[in-house]
Structures are given as structure tokens and as C-alpha cells.
Design a protein around this ligand. Structure first.
Ligand code: NAP
Length: 288
């Protein structure tokens, strides 16, 4: 049994809470900015009512065994205030976010040796603060070192699929390549059906090619035909499916542009790899 604090109880934080609760051994502390009196998650396995203690200020908690951060990347400074307090006595922190800079984002708040970067694949959305819909299965990609394996063990026998990988870098860049295509639909303000268009398809291949080139320069191992696979994946989505960048734009929330497109441009500059299309997407989305 572990005492686990979750910082960022939106779509992904709630899905993680439901998975951990299914093991019936853990004590959950949900760390939220506003009181959260109850939380329901509609999972593919059925409706889950979460049992937890809710805290709204870092000073309300004493010690925990694990911290899980599942805020949006742009909320890292706010999440960092929680992490600084919760990890003071050495608790490790799993950062479940998109992008490739999990450690960099939380290094100002906790020793990097305590950080476990995690990538999640899971379609989920918040209907209301206390109601989350998980639309499909969840998969976690975790570095297969000692801390990563210990984090994975928290989910033992739950419904999540866990991939422990010796090459987390490649897993994170592969996901970023998939996400990079999503910025086109976010810019156009149109869901996945737009990828059926031939010209948009060609632009998508070029955007993903740029991302993959930067990823390879960073040391990621990515298939040559990854751009084609990413385009095929978007073309297979239901025409009305909305990626999270577009969902944020449509809801008038900030977008994870820096973590998702800014990272491609920044690391491209470091390695002298031109990323004109991602640079343009970044400027236009930031202007929006
Ligand atoms: N949703 C998906 O399908 C999906 C799939 C794969 C990956 N991801 C990635 O997973 C990460 C989380 O995404 P999400 O969709 O779960 O986001 P989300 O639904 O917007 O949830 C983020 C949560 O963080 C909370 N938060 C922000 N700052 C906080 C603070 N200082 N203290 C406490 N709570 C704070 C927000 O609370 P408030 O209610 O107060 O705003 C919100 O509940 C992102 O990096 C995303 O790209 C998401």
C-alpha cells in the first residue's frame, strides 16, 4: 500500500486515480486548487466513484510515498509549488505529461533523481471538475530503471497497459511526432476529418518529418516511415475527433504550444536542424 498524492486532477489525473483505486490498496490524496467534494470517472470498465482525501494547499499534507503530477505543461510552476512541498522528504514524483522535457520542467522544484517522466496514451476528457470520461484504454510508457519499475508496480493488476522501456527518449519523441500533427488541426480549428484532405496530408508529413529529424538528432530512434504512420493514424480517427491542443483552443484555454511545438523548434535550433513549418505553426498558434 502506498500513500499517493495526485497534483492535477483533470482528465488524466482522474483516470490515474481510478486505476490506482482499482487495486484497493492505496490511499489517495487529491491536490486541487479548489475543493473537490466528489469525483466520478466513466471508464471503459464501468463507472468508478473515487475515494480520497482532498487537500487544497500544500501545507495540509504531511508525508507521502509518491507524487503524481498530471497538470497541463503550462501549469508546471503551480504544480511545482506542490511538488516542492510534497517531495521535501524524498518522495519520488512521476510527471505524466506530453512533451519531452518532463525533467527540465520540474528540476527547479525537486532533485532530478526523484523525477520519473511518464508518457500516457489515453483519450479522456473532463465534463465537469467532478466528472471525467475515459473514452478508451490507457497505456503508460515508463523508463525501465529502478524508480520507473517501482512506479509501474503501483498499478500492478490494474487495467492500464504499462510499457517499461530502456529507451524512454525514443518513446517521448515518437509521441511528440504524433502530437506535432495535431497542431495543424488546432491551427485550422477543425477536427481530424481535415487530415483526409490531400494538401493537408502532405503538410502533415512535412511537419512530422521535421519533428522526427530533431528527435533523431537528440538520440531518439524513430522509424523512417513514422510520418506516414502518423498521418494514417489521424486519418483513421473519427472525422469529429478533437485533439487536446484543439480542445484547449476551442474552450478558450491556454494551449501546450511551448511543450509540443516550441520544443521541436528549440531543440532544432540547438542541433542546426531547420524547422520552418513547426516555427510557423508555433508563431501562428501563439498569436491566437
Ligand atoms: N486528456 C487526454 O486525453 C490526454 C491524453 C494524453 C496526454 N495528455 C496530457 O496529460 C497532461 C494532463 O492533461 P489533461 O487533459 O488531464 O489536462 P486537464 O484536464 O486540463 O487537467 C489539468 C488539471 O490540472 C489542474 N491544475 C492546474 N494547475 C494546478 C495547480 N497549481 N494545483 C492543482 N491543480 C492544478 C487543473 O485544475 P483546475 O480545475 O483548477 O484548472 C486541472 O484539473 C497534459 O500534458 C496532456 O497533454 C492528455
Amino acid at each position: 500500500m502506498a500513500r499517493i498524492a495526485i497534483v492535477g486532477v483533470g482528465a488524466i489525473g482522474a483516470v490515474i486515480a481510478a486505476l490506482l483505486q482499482s487495486i484497493e490498496q492505496h490511499e489517495l490524496l487529491l491536490c486541487t486548487r479548489r475543493p473537490l467534494p466528489h469525483l466520478n470517472v466513466e471508464t471503459p470498465e464501468g463507472n468508478v466513484h473515487i475515494n480520497y482525501t482532498n487537500i487544497t494547499a500544500p501545507s495540509q499534507v504531511e508525508s507521502v510515498d509518491w507524487v503524481i503530477v498530471a497538470t497541463k505543461t503550462y501549469d508546471a510552476p503551480g504544480a511545482g509549488a506542490w511538488v516542492e512541498h510534497l517531495c521535501k522528504q524524498g518522495a519520488p514524483v512521476a510527471v505524466i505529461q506530453n512533451g519531452v522535457e518532463h525533467r527540465e520542467r520540474f528540476a527547479p522544484y525537486v532533485s532530478v533523481e526523484q523525477i520519473v517522466p511518464v508518457i500516457i496514451d489515453c483519450p479522456a476528457e473532463r465534463r465537469a471538475p467532478e466528472s471525467v470520461h475515459q473514452r478508451g484504454p490507457a497505456e503508460l510508457f515508463i523508463q525501465s530503471d529502478v524508480l520507473g519499475r517501482s512506479f509501474a508496480a503501483l498499478f500492478h493488476s490494474s487495467a492500464v497497459q504499462i510499457t517499461l522501456t530502456a529507451d524512454f527518449l525514443s518513446a517521448a519523441w515518437r509521441k511528440l511526432c504524433i502530437n506535432s500533427a495535431g497542431s495543424i488541426s488546432a491551427l485550422l480549428g477543425k477536427p481530424a476529418g481535415v487530415f483526409q484532405n490531400e494538401a493537408i496530408g502532405r503538410a502533415t508529413l512535412d511537419v512530422v518529418r521535421e519533428c522526427a529529424a530533431v528527435g533523431r538528432a537528440m538520440g531518439a530512434i524513430l522509424d523512417e516511415d513514422l510520418p506516414q504512420k502518423v498521418l494514417a493514424q489521424y486519418r483513421n480517427y473519427p472525422a469529429d475527433s478533437v485533439n487536446s491542443l484543439l480542445a484547449d483552443r476551442l474552450a478558450g484555454r491556454p494551449m501546450e504550444t511551448d511543450a509540443r511545438i516550441g520544443a521541436i523548434v528549440r531543440f532544432g535550433q540547438q542541433h542546426n536542424i531547420a524547422t520552418p513549418l513547426n516555427g510557423l505553426l508555433l508563431s501562428l498558434l501563439e498569436a491566437i
